[in-house]
Design a binder for this molecule. Structure first.
Ligand SMILES: C[S@@+](CC[C@H](N)C(=O)[O-])C[C@H]1O[C@@H](n2cnc3c(N)ncnc32)[C@H](O)[C@@H]1O
Length: 236
């Protein structure tokens, strides 16, 4: 391996390779997230229509809660994550009924999609683990996983406020999450901001354009958690 490549298995910030953290993950996230509602909202946002003949990749799938929902209505779902601990939690769920769900240990920078290009790539709360240079590399790789006209859905912390507002906005955001989900999530959000690589919307949008995507929709209600629907409009 070349020495200058980013080590995506090193887990900057929150360490998702930790088995105890992975075991607590679903319970903690369900305190402030409703995965079923998020999934339905995502499908409506993407205006996908009937998905039974569609294929999908979830990059940074974690414990595969979303991938499991997707496998109930997509033709084939590839759920990819660097963390063996998170994938092991996924495997402990009832997957026998879902032969169309593949769990794969790999990452944005290493996953080799050997099957046909897919209709949809999603990534939720994961792309911010890469510094911006490597996000650009990841987006280019995602472009090549998609069919022409395929969709990329990003759900992540992407700052939508003006840079000079950062102090007040961040303090207020942490306070809101602390009240909603408790001490552990507060600590994780602080780690996220300090040690991980969320960026501004205008930076990510420039990257998406250079990776052959057109941003079709952006939804963000709090200035932090953003959803992007992007169409592959160019082969790169
Ligand atoms: C906050 S969790 C999100 C999990 C899931 N997508 C969800 O919405 O609950 C972040 C996940 O990204 C994974 N991750 C971190 N860096 C990654 C990379 N370079 N490639 C793929 N997955 C990565 C972590 O292992 C972890 O499971």
């Amino acid at each position: 391996m070349q020495n200058w490549l980013f080590n995506e298995y090193a887990h900057c910030g929150v360490d998702y390779s930790d088995a105890r953290r992975a075991a607590r993950y679903d319970d903690q996230h369900r305190k402030f997230r409703n995965y079923e509602h998020e999934f339905q909202q995502m499908l409506a946002f993407l205006e996908l229509g009937n998905t039974t003949d569609k294929t999908m990749i979830d990059l940074g799938c974690g414990t595969a809660t979303t991938a499991l929902l997707a496998a109930q209505q997509f033709k084939q779902v590839y759920a990819v994550d660097v963390s063996e601990a998170m994938l092991s939690q996924a495997r402990s769920k009832n997957l026998q009924q879902l032969p169309n769900l593949s769990l794969i240990q790999a990452g944005f920078l290493s996953y080799q999609h050997a099957a046909q290009p897919v209709d949809l790539v999603i990534t939720k709360a994961a792309l911010h683990h890469l510094p911006d240079f490597w996000k650009q590399v990841a987006l280019q790789r995602i472009n090549r996983m998609l069919k022409p006209g395929g969709l990329l859905y990003i759900h992540d912390v992407v700052f939508q406020f003006e840079p000079q507002q950062y102090q007040d906005r961040i303090v207020a955001w942490i306070d809101t999450l602390h009240k909603a989900a408790g001490e552990q999530i507060k600590a994780e959000v602080e780690t996220h901001l300090r040690d991980e690589y969320s960026t501004f919307g205008w930076v990510l949008e420039g990257m998406l354009e250079r990776a052959g995507f057109t941003v079709e929709k952006l939804r963000c209600n709090d200035g932090f958690v953003a959803e992007y629907a992007c169409c592959k409009t160019q082969d790169i």
